[in-house]
Design a protein around this ligand. Structure first.
Ligand SMILES: NC(=O)c1ccc[n+]([C@@H]2O[C@H](COP(=O)([O-])OP(=O)(O)OC[C@H]3O[C@@H](n4cnc5c(N)ncnc54)[C@H](OP(=O)(O)O)[C@@H]3O)[C@@H](O)[C@H]2O)c1
Length: 238
């Protein structure tokens, strides 16, 4: 175990966020978990480690600010914010599921921006910090039914890279882009065509802990080493 850090994770109630929470807690870090399904967060906390939980809706800027500020006031500082919360209700554009487009924009883009807005002042004041964005392979390529989802992930990639270019080198910035990972993500797909296609596409998946290990690697590097980009996907995924 190296230095113990205080690490905040959004969308920690299932999938990648939950696996990352467990791995980092097992490594001896203090983890602060945010999501809307508090019962799921309680189960992770009850499994052991220095785990703190907080009901969080990343679409609400004030709620994200409160989440981050509360962690600073409880723990004295924050070292890492993992902006992981995301939704993926895929559909063809001509299905016109505009409310689902809006939800992806609100969670995947606005949620990320709310996290940056909440944590950046603390990182600047502390003279250290680490942003990790969980983007997607969808930040690198676009496929039918995923136009809006990929749009949000391209945006997440661009915002995170812009942040990296702008911030003082005392703040590290990492984008992790997973391929197909076991999680509940595809359950948000309401469109029957996209749902059937995704079932076949997602047959080859890797465990969420594969992404957790990538996050742990980036966090574990020394302060002067900034791991900027990681793509983790199933070997079978082309
Ligand atoms: N699994 C994959 O194949 C894959 C591939 C590439 C990228 N990703 C990305 O990985 C990230 C995690 O997804 P996952 O695969 O682990 O899926 P998941 O199991 O569905 O987890 C998504 C998490 O986001 C949270 N969330 C959704 N809306 C939220 C909101 N308004 N406020 C706070 N939290 C919210 C959910 O918690 P609550 O519902 O409890 O709020 C849940 O914890 C996402 O950004 C996703 O786009 C996943």
């Amino acid at each position: 175990m190296t230095d113990s850090k205080t690490i905040l994770i959004t969308g920690a109630s299932s999938g990648i966020g939950a696996a990352t929470a467990r791995r980092l807690a097992d490594q001896g870090h203090t983890v602060v978990l945010g999501a809307r399904r508090v019962d799921r967060l309680e189960a992770i906390r009850d499994a052991g480690g220095d785990v703190h939980i907080d009901r969080l809706d990343v679409t609400d800027r004030a709620d994200v600010t409160r989440f981050v500020d509360a962690a600073v006031s409880t723990h004295g500082r924050i070292d890492v914010l993992i902006n992981n919360a995301g939704v993926m209700p895929l559909s063809m554009l001509d299905a016109l599921l505009v409310e689902e487009w809006d939800r992806m924009i609100d969670v995947n883009i606005r949620g990320l921006l709310h996290g940056i807005a909440a944590a950046l002042p603390h990182f600047q004041r502390q003279g250290s910090g680490h942003f990790i964005t969980v983007a997607s392979i969808g930040a690198h390529e676009v496929s039918p039914t995923a136009a809006v989802y990929c749009g949000t992930k391209y945006a997440a990639w661009a915002i995170t890279e812009g942040l990296r270019r702008e911030v003082d080198p005392s703040v590290r910035v990492t984008t992790i882009s997973p391929g197909v990972v076991e999680s509940e993500l595809a359950e948000s797909i309401s469109d029957p065509v996209a749902r059937a296609e995704m079932k076949a596409y997602r047959a080859n998946s890797i465990p969420a802990d594969a992404v957790a290990r990538a996050a742990a690697y980036a966090i574990g590097e020394p302060d002067g080493v900034d791991v900027n980009e990681i793509i983790v996907r199933p070997a079978m995924q082309r």
